[in-house]
Ligand binder design. Structure first.
Ligand code: NDP
Ligand code: OXD
Length: 316
């Protein structure tokens, strides 16, 4: 072990095998594994996921918290979170996985995967009319690190792309809308809605019936489609079911849910027009993320600023 750098790392990885994170960390830093470590003055950095152990709140020399995920809603929701910078994940590996997931789901809805899956057991040889990608508009809510990468890939596949953000932004080839005033125009020109928003006070419950009914309904897919890979509490699942059942929504691909794991009694599991994945769109891989975190810790020790720091006031 070569751990010349100053300052131990506190590792609290509920839901992951901490050994997978500890191994690459220990090549460059000493590590304390939760629940050990309360009051330890040698700990300067923490890497955390969903559950925050009490020891985190009493570390006297903590300088920064690294989130093991891109989303930080679960951290900011804890009123005891120390007032140090929070660094979130921005990593090529995670971004590529999200791009794969979004393109996979957009293409499956566009190429009428559910129709073919229903036909096969009945041995039906029937080719439904297939629209061109240029006729199907994809609207991405959240044109951040992930949304922009997905927009580029979808443009390359030939889809017209809309983007919706909090602040005014631009992206070549993308029709950009922002804020509450931009939302109706964005929705009215969107056939496939891709949700890549963070969960904040402003975005909680945004995917509700009123929003879904504003999507374009006379598009070539025969009805709008929802793909949510952001956070489950962005959506109202009762409203999604209502929209699916009354025709306001044609199909949905959902990776995230109001309660995770998705409870066995949820009607989403068996709805024939819903495709469920278990929060698997883009998982954090320690072998890719730990070197980036270690580089940031070294840069911080050299007096350089941290990158990808969360704006606590905005909530992401
Ligand atoms: P970013 O912070 O880079 O981008 C967030 C985007 O959302 C920005 O464009 C931002 O607008 C927009 N936004 C935020 N609040 C609002 C609002 N009130 N109204 C309109 N737009 C808003 O985040 P990432 O792209 O890195 O990640 C997005 C989310 O994806 C994460 O927060 C996480 O929840 C989720 N995620 C899910 C994964 C999965 O496996 N399912 C994996 C990884 C992430 P602006 O540009 O104006 O700031
Ligand atoms: C993340 C996630 O936010 O995996 O990174 O959901």
């Amino acid at each position: 072990m070569s751990t010349s750098a100053e300052g131990r790392v506190y590792l609290a990885m509920s839901g992951y095998d901490p050994a997978d994170w500890r191994r690459p960390l220990e090549t460059r830093r000493e590590v304390t594994l939760a629940p050990d470590g309360p009051d330890d003055p040698t700990i300067r950095f923490a890497i955390v996921w969903k559950q925050l152990p009490p020891a985190l709140f009493t570390l006297p020399n903590l300088k920064a918290i690294f989130s093991a995920g891109a989303g930080v809603d679960h951290l900011l929701a804890n009123p005891k979170l120390p007032e140090v910078p929070i660094v979130r994940v921005v990593a090529d590996n995670l971004t590529k996985h999200m791009v794969e997931y979004v393109c996979w789901r957009v293409l499956d809805h566009h190429r009428q995967g559910s129709t073919y899956r229903a036909q096969q057991p009945q041995k039906i040889w029937h080719e439904p009319r297939q629209p061109d990608a240029s006729q199907v508009s994809v609207g991405i809510m959240g044109l951040g690190n992930l949304g922009r990468a997905c927009a580029s890939a979808l443009l390359a596949l030939g889809f017209p792309v809309n983007g919706w953000t909090r602040t005014e932004t631009e992206m070549e080839g993308v029709r950009c809308w922002h804020g509450a005033d931009g939302l109706p125009g964005f929705l009215a020109t969107t056939d496939v809605l891709v949700v890549l928003l963070p969960l904040t006070a402003a975005t909680q419950g945004v995917i509700n019936y009123d929003l879904l009914r504003q999507l374009r309904h006379d598009g070539p897919l025969g009805g709008p489609v929802l793909i949510n890979a952001g956070r489950g509490r962005l959506q109202r699942e009762a409203d999604i079911l209502r929209a699916l059942d009354d025709g306001a929504l044609k199909e949905a691909s959902l990776d995230v849910f109001e309660t995770e794991p998705l409870p066995a009694e949820s009607p989403l599991w068996s709805h024939h027009r819903v495709f469920v994945t278990p929060h698997a769109a883009a998982t954090s891989w320690p072998e890719h993320l730990v070197p980036l975190m270690l580089d940031q810790m070294d840069a911080f020790d050299r007096g350089e600023p941290l990158r990808n720091v969360v704006d606590r006031a905005a909530g992401y």
